[in-house]
Ligand binder design. Structure first.
Ligand SMILES: [Zn+2]
Ligand SMILES: [Zn+2]
Length: 487
């Protein structure tokens, strides 16, 4: 091997490694990019050969040196190397969905490599927080939305837990990218649309419907009709409610595709990294456990959103061994004791908890045991029934809220399922059931809905059809009224 051959060999390996490194960093298929890294210089050589053949140059042997390396001048080679590297990384950025290529940053890692450092950071966060609340000023006052949009790396992440009563709707904004998690009840459309407009949202880059209960997808149809929506995430489960079929038909009419959540996969919202932690199975008895659980990492701050995931789902997330530590947790299932197990909360180890819950709701949310658990662990609680819309802002190091923490008071009403063994089945009672508690309804063991009509067309395919009083059937988790026979 001549010296030049040796240099060429080194350059090829270096460019291949560069692409491999970046594909690893952004969790895409590393083999494709390694192949591209090796093939492109050779493609250049082949083009050279073809060009020369056309020109009828006497020497027709292919010159294996790619463009820029053929004259064997060091300066040309350096320039060519830079051009190749830029080409690979730009190509990667385009194919990975990003519009521009950005250098890898520490905050891209969902598993922070230096946990000790972020521990120290979080302690600082606490101190500055207290100082800020004491002087009555938060950084929210000083941050202009324009500066957030312009400054990519030093920007903020803004999380709005919109007050939609006994329901969920959370807007997350980073670097002009918007994500909505859930869309409240059917009656919350105007509240959510108005709030999103106030925040200058014109496009939703991600719309996550954690699970198809009405209090999470109620206004999703209006949202999709009103805002340009890019990507819709929904768990792979259907239910036969009118709310659900409205949402599905709106998605279809807009020509959108539904993306199924893959546990362990991640995507970017601006500079924030979003990782899907759940669902981890394809079949559950309760719709709540299909909830898409998401963890967002921005700088050294971490946020987790639970939907209505219950203990079953929490245990599965723990079993997967994900890093679920977070500064802020959106408590699962409106503070019901079917969620937020001691093991789970102590693993998340949050400093702040947010509960999306309606004032004087009929379901006993939040439960006394969950509130006591949060209090005992020294976790500050923000709740929409006391605080209204809660806005949480982070610059990647410090977290601030637009309000002071709420109380640890539990719901005064007992809730639909009392404190018995069936608390995990507690869920919102549909409007149509009021005054119909003792009516005999029909259901299937595997289904989620109840039917007035034993001969309802949706029951015809089921082998086993059971019956019971509506109030008891709802306790079994069959709380969705059939949209054909229940009117
Ligand atoms: Zn819910
Ligand atoms: Zn639910």
């Amino acid at each position: 091997m001549t010296t030049l051959n040796f240099i060429m060999f080194f350059i090829y390996i270096a460019s291949a490694y560069f692409t491999y490194y970046h594909s690893q960093k952004y969790k895409s298929n590393p083999y494709i990019w390694t192949a591209v890294g090796l093939l492109v210089p050779y493609a250049g050589a082949i083009i050279c050969y073809l060009v020369h053949r056309k020109k009828k140059v006497v020497d027709k042997r292919p010159n294996l040196f790619p463009l820029g390396f053929r004259r064997r001048k060091p300066l040309n080679m350096v320039i060519a190397l830079i051009v190749y590297l830029l080409f690979f990384s730009t190509a990667y950025a385009i194919f990975s969905g990003g519009s521009t290529y950005s250098l890898p940053q520490k905050q891209d890692d969902i598993k922070a490599s230096s946990t000790i450092k972020s521990e120290a950071d979080s302690k600082n966060t606490d101190k500055t927080d207290i100082e800020k609340t004491q002087t009555g000023k938060t950084s929210l006052d000083t941050v202009k939305p324009e500066s957030v949009n312009r400054n990519k790396t030093n920007g903020n992440i803004k999380i709005s837990y919109i007050n939609v009563g006994q329901a969920d709707s959370i807007l997350i904004q980073q670097n002009s990218k918007n994500m909505l998690i859930d869309a409240g009840n059917n009656g919350d459309a105007q509240t959510i649309v108005n709030y999103l407009r106030q925040q200058n949202v014109s496009k939703l880059d991600y719309f996550i419907m954690t699970h198809p209960h009405e209090d999470h997808i109620g206004s999703a149809d209006t949202i999709i009709k009103t805002f340009d929506t890019a990507k819709v995430y929904m768990p792979e489960v259907t239910t036969n409610t009118k709310t659900f079929s409205d949402v599905i038909s709106t998605i279809k009419s807009k020509g959108l595709k539904i993306t199924k959540p893959v546990s362990g996969s991640s995507f970017k919202l601006g500079d924030a990294n979003c990782m899907i932690l759940s669902p981890n199975r394809s079949k559950y008895d309760d719709l709540n456990n299909y909830s898409i659980v998401i963890k967002i990492v921005y700088g050294s701050n971490k946020f987790i959103f639970e939907g209505d995931a219950e203990k079953i789902s929490e245990d599965e997330i723990l079993a997967r061994g994900f890093d679920i530590s977070a500064d802020v947790i959106k408590i699962g299932h409106h503070g019901s004791d079917s969620s937020s197990s001691r093991e789970y909360i102590s693993k998340v180890k949050p400093k702040y908890a947010v509960i999306s819950v309606g004032k004087d709701n009929d379901y006993g949310h939040p439960s006394a045991s969950v509130m006591e658990r949060l209090r005992a662990m020294g976790i500050k609680v923000y709740r929409t029934d006391e605080n209204g819309t809660i806005v949480c802002m982070s610059d990647g190091k410090n977290i601030t809220f637009n309000c002071s923490p709420g109380s640890y008071a539990a719901a005064s009403k007992g809730g639909v399922s009392g404190s018995g063994g069936q608390t995990s089945k507690a869920k919102p009672v549909p409007q149509s059931s009021t005054g119909q508690d003792d009516r005999i309804v029909y259901y299937t063991p595997g289904g989620h809905s109840y039917h007035y009509d034993r001969n309802c067309s949706t029951l015809k395919r089921s082998k086993t059809v059971k019956s019971g009083k509506l109030k008891d059937v709802i306790k079994l988790g069959k709380s969705d009224p059939c949209n054909i026979c229940v009117k």
